[in-house]
Design a binder for this molecule. Structure first.
Ligand code: G1P
Ligand code: ZN
Length: 551
């Protein structure tokens, strides 16, 4: 007998108008919370996702965010709109929480048609802070430019959005609900991710380490990694309670700036560089994709961290015997290149931005990749992954039974040390910043072979990249001056800054004499910094005497 099904869901078609500022950047669409709170700003963008991502109709969508202010409200709107747009199933992290790498892991594990991440990464939150939305595709990675452009174009053309007249879903308890005809599964935000970590790392060895007097501190900065770190480090690995600090996610991140670097992770940095410091310290950012690794009075640069993980891959069960290749963004130091060379594996240099690793990961050409901006990851997901990097280090520490400093020093002795620093000049006048870049670029031709304070230039160009998998080209990715001794100076304008321009100057110097490897990085690089500042007429053009942030 044929069953006649009559839908009881009421769908409203509400009016919307194009917003000219909805072109997503490399990390999705980011604006002030107050902008997103004004209907139909969020609705317009979400409808554009449903209109262009047709596989979502009848498919499964993952939704979660870093818990920042407006996360919960946005999730309820997205659930109602998904129901009205024919999504069959939506998976939501409990309390609306899911870290960026966890969304990637869940999409891949359940083979969903994509996911929506609500986050503005490390930008401050709260009612006056930032909010953001990003669509990830079925491989678990950020949507490539073709898709974000299509979404943007759609935001410019639509005039109505669809939303079901349904009550709010209880997202605070695990279980399956319905919104209209769509099934809503509230999932544990940590379980699937923690299970993946257990498959990759030697949890037994790490457990033995962290329960045998080794002192570990993890700063979740009142952001998303709190629940993950409590469960993985304290529960599953047995680290003492109190190992995780600032572990409760707060809508305003406790008023802080959840960016794991030497400036913003103040509490952790003070402890790790104090007397009687723990053996290992780490922090992650707002949405859990960045990481900072510290030892007792020791800072591991993200570039070195990537190199150490690659060099020690054989000690990590999930990577044993299957290291294919590695990749780093262009401004990231060449430390990992030296490891790749020794191991006889491929090493790729990509433009800044995690999306450039996607094709290489999907094609199985690389296993590890990283950026100098505190991003490290592997082929286990398609986002950088903060806690993954922490567990990789703990696994290596457990296997080698040495301190962070000892591991780093042995690494430098074997491969040489790439001294490295990044100087950021934030909120520089946009015209002045552009002028400076033009001035630098205009001097590049004819520079090869010339000497700058005793350093001989071996190449000078504006970095361009051809993707080895799909042959797509990306040009103007940063001005590089390379020297014959392996030193480099790079000038780049940030693509993520919100006020004025952010100028980044990256400086690197290679040192293979062990006796010269224990210097302070700023001291070791002082002459190259000087060259960079003079060559770019930095002070005259920007009026700045010193950088806003030094990493
Ligand atoms: C910054 C980092 C870059 C990273 C991006 C997103 O971009 O430098 O490595 O991929 O944030 O986290 P930038 O502001 O330099 O364009
Ligand atoms: Zn982030």
């Amino acid at each position: 007998m044929m069953e006649l099904y009559v839908s009881t869901m009421k769908i409203n078609h509400l009016e919307t108008t194009p917003f000219t500022d909805q072109r997503p950047g490399t990390s999705g669409l980011r604006k002030k919370v107050r902008v997103f709170q004004q209907p139909p700003y969020l609705e317009n963008f979400v409808q554009a996702i449903f209109d262009t991502q047709i596989d979502l109709k009848g498919g499964t969508l993952v939704v979660g965010g870093d818990g920042r202010f407006y996360n919960r409200e946005a999730i309820q709107i997205i659930i109602r709109m998904a129901a009205a747009n024919g999504v069959a199933r939506i998976m939501v992290g409990r309390a609306g929480l899911l870290s960026t790498p966890a969304v990637s892991a869940v999409i891949r594990k359940y083979q969903t048609q994509g996911g929506i991440i609500l986050s503005a990464s490390h930008n401050p939150g709260g009612p006056d802070g930032d909010f953001g939305i990003k669509f990830n595709i079925a491989n678990g990675g950020s949507a490539p430019e073709g898709i974000t452009e299509a979404i943007f174009e759609r935001t410019q053309a639509i005039n109505t959005y669809r939303i079901a007249e349904e009550p709010d879903i209880d997202i605070d308890h695990l279980g399956t609900h319905t919104s209209g005809e769509m099934s809503v599964e509230v999932i544990d935000p940590v379980d699937d991710y923690a299970e993946l970590m257990e498959q990759l790392f030697d949890f037994a060895a790490i457990r033995e380490l962290v329960t045998s007097g080794f002192r570990l501190r993890f700063d979740a900065m009142h952001a998303i990694t709190g629940p993950y770190a409590h469960e993985i480090l304290e529960q599953r690995l047995g680290a003492p309670e109190g190992t995780v600090i600032n572990g409760e996610p707060k809508p305003d991140f406790g008023g802080g700036h959840p960016d794991p670097n030497l400036t913003y992770a103040e509490e952790l940095v003070a402890e790790m560089f104090g007397t009687n410091a723990p053996d290992f310290g780490a922090a992650s950012d707002g949405d859990g994709d960045r990481n900072m690794i510290l030892g007792d009075n020791f800072f591991v640069t993200p570039s070195d961290s990537l190199a150490v993980i690659a060099a020690n891959a054989e000690l990590i069960p999930g990577y044993h015997g299957r290291l294919k290749g590695v990749a780093r963004s262009m401004p990231t130091s060449g430390a990992v290149d030296r490891v790749a060379q020794k191991l006889g594996i491929e090493c790729f240099e990509t433009p800044t931005g995690w999306k450039f690793f996607g094709n290489l990961l999907d094609a199985g050409r690389i296993t590890f990749c990283g950026e100098e901006s505190f991003g490290t990851g592997s082929d286990h997901v398609r986002e950088k992954d903060g806690l993954w990097a922490v567990l990789a280090w703990l696994n290596i520490l457990a296997a080698r039974k040495q301190s962070v400093a000892e591991i780093m020093k042995e690494h430098w002795a074997e491969y040489g040390r790439n001294y490295y620093t990044r100087h950021d000049y934030e909120e520089v006048d946009s015209d002045a910043a552009r002028g400076l870049m033009q001035h630098v670029e205009s001097q590049l031709a004819g520079l090869v072979g010339q000497q700058l304070d005793g350093y001989t230039v071996s190449y000078a160009d504006n970095f361009a990249y051809t993707d080895p998998i799909d042959n797509s080209e990306s040009s103007h990715q940063g001005l590089r001056i390379g020297f014959t001794d392996g030193s480099r100076i790079i000038f780049r304008l940030s693509g993520t800054g919100t006020a004025g321009a952010t100028l980044r100057i990256y400086i690197e110097k290679f040192e293979d004499d062990v006796a010269q490897q224990a210097m302070d990085a700023q001291l070791a690089l002082a002459d190259l910094v000087n060259i960079a500042e003079r060559f770019s007429e930095l002070k005259q053009r920007t009026g700045r005497e010193c950088p806003s942030v030094i990493t």
